[in-house]
Design a protein around this ligand. Structure first.
Ligand SMILES: [Fe+2]
Ligand SMILES: [Fe+2]
Length: 311
């Protein structure tokens, strides 16, 4: 699945990478030229940010604006979105068993404590949003912890990283973009939200982040492979959940997400057409989760100094 999907999915995203590169590169070249000229004429070169600001100023009215800060990420064709399916990697050996058991237990506890029912036609829009918003605040943790750990390892051991750090940071940012996108549908800081009061939601996020960040960091120091396998299985679960959500949009209790316009930030990020709906956004998020699943299952099978084949 991964080897077939990834090159196809990553091809269109070159557009995004090129878009960023087109913005950054002229600034870099011009800055070099300005420094060179300044050294000749003995004048002070302008501050780098001033040069970059001047060179990147356009009429782009995107919500992330032309000086986009987003990292490399996939952009999908309609066929690729439709082709995304739930897959499960067979559990083999001790590490896989630990990782899969942890995901199963954590999911069961979370589902039970939040009253989640793993069926279509039951969850309301508010219940879906509560669940998605909370879980996306957690989903952005593993990539950042892993990227940070490998960055520190590279510094500590005076060794190169072999291309893992960027992939991991891209995953973390991609999860944060999921959160920012769904926040456009409902702001979790709204006190009038009947299901989750603002302070309760924020306290839950704070507590979970504090516990999960440190737990995952310690685990990553002990066994990075098990951690990547854990994320691989976690993302399998995410693909399953978003598939149920899509079914609820298409035939269940939240049909209007099939006609509600996609938030602008999502249309820009996934390069969606102007008439894109929230359903299209959920489909893109599901494809992202499938990419995280495949990527982490690949990384889980590598040694720490193996080159990253996903980069
Ligand atoms: Fe996500
Ligand atoms: Fe994910």
């Amino acid at each position: 699945m991964f080897l077939r999907r990834l090159p196809i999915n990553r091809l269109p995203s070159v557009r995004v990478a090129s878009f960023s590169a087109a913005i950054v590169r002229p600034a870099t070249v011009s800055l070099t030229a300005l420094r060179f000229n300044a050294s000749i004429t003995n004048q002070q070169a302008p501050h780098p940010k001033a040069v970059k600001d001047a060179l990147t100023k356009t009429d782009d009215k995107s919500p992330l604006n032309s000086k986009d800060y987003v990292l490399f990420h996939p952009v999908y064709s309609p066929e690729e979105l439709a082709a995304t399916k739930y897959t499960h990697r067979e559990v083999k050996g001790v590490q896989d068993t630990i990782a899969f058991s942890l995901v199963t237990i954590m999911r069961a506890v979370f589902d039970y404590s939040t009253g989640y029912v793993d069926k279509t036609g039951i969850m309301t829009e508010k219940q879906w949003l509560n669940r998605i918003l909370f879980l996306e605040t957690v989903a952005g943790v593993p990539g950042m912890v892993a990227g940070m750990s490998r960055h520190m390892r590279s510094l500590r051991l005076l060794r190169r990283d072999h291309g893992w750090i960027h992939t991991l940071l891209e995953e973390a940012e991609n999860e944060r973009m999921h959160l920012l996108t769904f926040m456009k549908l409902k702001n979790p800081h709204d006190f009038d939200w009947p299901d989750i009061r603002g302070p309760f939601f924020r306290a839950a996020v704070l507590l979970t982040q504090g516990v999960f960040f440190n737990f995952y960091f310690l685990c990553y120091l002990l066994s990075p492979q098990t951690c990547h396998r854990f994320v691989g299985y976690l993302e399998e679960s995410a693909v399953h959940t978003y598939t149920l959500c899509l079914k609820d949009i298409e035939e269940g209790r939240i049909k209007h997400w099939g006609t509600q316009p996609a938030p602008e930030i999502a249309r820009f990020y996934w390069q969606l057409p102007d008439n894109a709906t929230v359903r299209d956004v959920v489909a893109a998020v599901r494809s992202d989760e499938a990419d995280h699943r495949d990527t982490n299952h690949v990384l889980a099978g590598l040694k720490a100094d193996d080159p990253n084949p996903v980069a």
